[in-house]
Design a protein around this ligand. Structure first.
Ligand code: AMP
Ligand code: MG
Length: 340
């Protein structure tokens, strides 16, 4: 299949690109588009056959349900049975934005969007291209991250192209995404909301708005049993092994030197002050602020190529605020977690 590529940085092209992409989606094809979190691979969520093309293109396991994206609050309400009171508060405060609500569905979306579950994941994205596309389509779009299953999520159209060129109908290139990590997935089926996947909206922010919020114990522990079907799979894996190391710059350097003595080429990812002290074959400076690290993380994981390095050593980062989502992704990407 030839994959159409629309460069939205060319402003003259924007409007016709959105309507061409919407037309393809309404015909049952898949199109990748930018959101504020990562690039999504969209299909008409009411069309079972269209949705099955997402699973095929990504090589995604069939039991991993998708997030339905909608343009507005009223559209969200049209897909669910009921919403507890705290959901209205969260919608007012965090949508559009990187927060996904798990709610009992009313059967309007195709069965493969929810992998047969009685609940559905819904999000209202906050990116002009995603919003324009959803408005043009008028149907909800099922849209998981637009990467090959298992790989780091795409934060640029080039990442999408590298994974899915030839397998999808089109890519809308709206530049690099802002947040850089996926949305927070929040189970809103009970009296107290439960975070099933940490993401763009932090637990602290949610608690300020809605009171008590729980964290599914399965998610931060590498051996736990997560309640969100997708969290059980190995994710975000770079081309070569990644080791996550808790320690000082000196301890990380010792680890690098030890592995280098086994004739390995080493890549390193660390915060600016630590990266500046490290010597390795490739060093990726993740920046200082957690938000900057989140935005750079997946690009960093894709930068280290097989053949250039044999091992990536990554500094473990503080698990506060969005750091919780960063470490959740790093633990899933890592082959080894050392020093805990
Ligand atoms: P992705 O779209 O690739 O970012 O992945 C969506 C995440 O949401 C996966 O971890 C899914 O397992 C999770 N998810 C989607 N629908 C549900 C649901 N109904 N209940 C629990 N988790 C869900
Ligand atoms: Mg994904």
């Amino acid at each position: 299949m030839e994959t159409k590529y629309w460069d939205l940085n060319d402003t003259l092209y924007t409007e016709s690109a959105i309507s061409e992409a919407a037309e393809l989606l309404l015909k049952g094809e898949t199109v990748a588009f930018p959101t504020e979190t990562v690039y999504g691979l969209g299909a008409d969520a009411t069309n079972q056959q269209a949705v099955s093309k997402i699973f095929e293109a990504k090589g995604r396991p069939q039991d991993n349900p998708l997030i339905a994206h909608v343009a507005a609050k009223e559209q969200l309400a049209g897909l669910v049975e009921s919403t507890p009171g705290y959901v209205d508060k969260l919608i007012d405060q965090f949508t559009p934005g990187p927060l996904t609500f798990i709610l009992p569905h009313n059967g309007k979306c195709a069965g493969n969007v929810t992998a047969g579950l009685s609940t559905i994941a819904i999000r209202i994205p906050d990116h002009p291209v995603a919003r324009d596309l959803l408005t043009a389509c008028r149907v909800p779009l099922a849209a998981p991250s637009a990467n090959a299953s298992g790989k780091p999520s795409p934060t640029t159209a080039q990442h999408v192209w590298a994974d899915l060129n030839g397998k999808i109908a089109g890519i809308l290139d709206g530049g690099a995404t802002g947040v850089g990590l996926e949305s927070t997935v929040l189970d809103c089926t009970g009296d107290i909301p439960v975070i099933l996947r940490p993401g763009g909206v932090t637990k602290e922010e949610l608690e300020k708005a809605a009171g008590k919020v729980l964290l599914d114990p399965g998610i931060m522990n590498e051996h736990g049993k997560p309640r969100s079907p997708g969290m059980k799979y190995r994710h975000y894996a770079p081309e070569v092994d990644l080791w996550l190391i808790e320690g000082t710059a000196e301890q990380i350097q010792e680890m690098i030197d030890k592995e280098k003595s086994h004739a390995k080429m080493i890549g390193v990812m660390a915060q600016t002050n630590v990266a500046a002290q490290l010597h390795a074959d490739q060093v990726f400076d993740l920046g200082n602020q957690p938000e900057e690290i989140a935005a750079k993380l997946y690009d960093a994981l894709r930068t280290f190529k097989e053949g250039d390095v044999d091992l990536i050593i990554c500094e473990a980062l503080p698990e506060k605020g969005i750091g919780q989502a960063i470490m959740n992704r790093l633990k899933k990407a890592a082959a080894k977690h050392i020093g805990v």
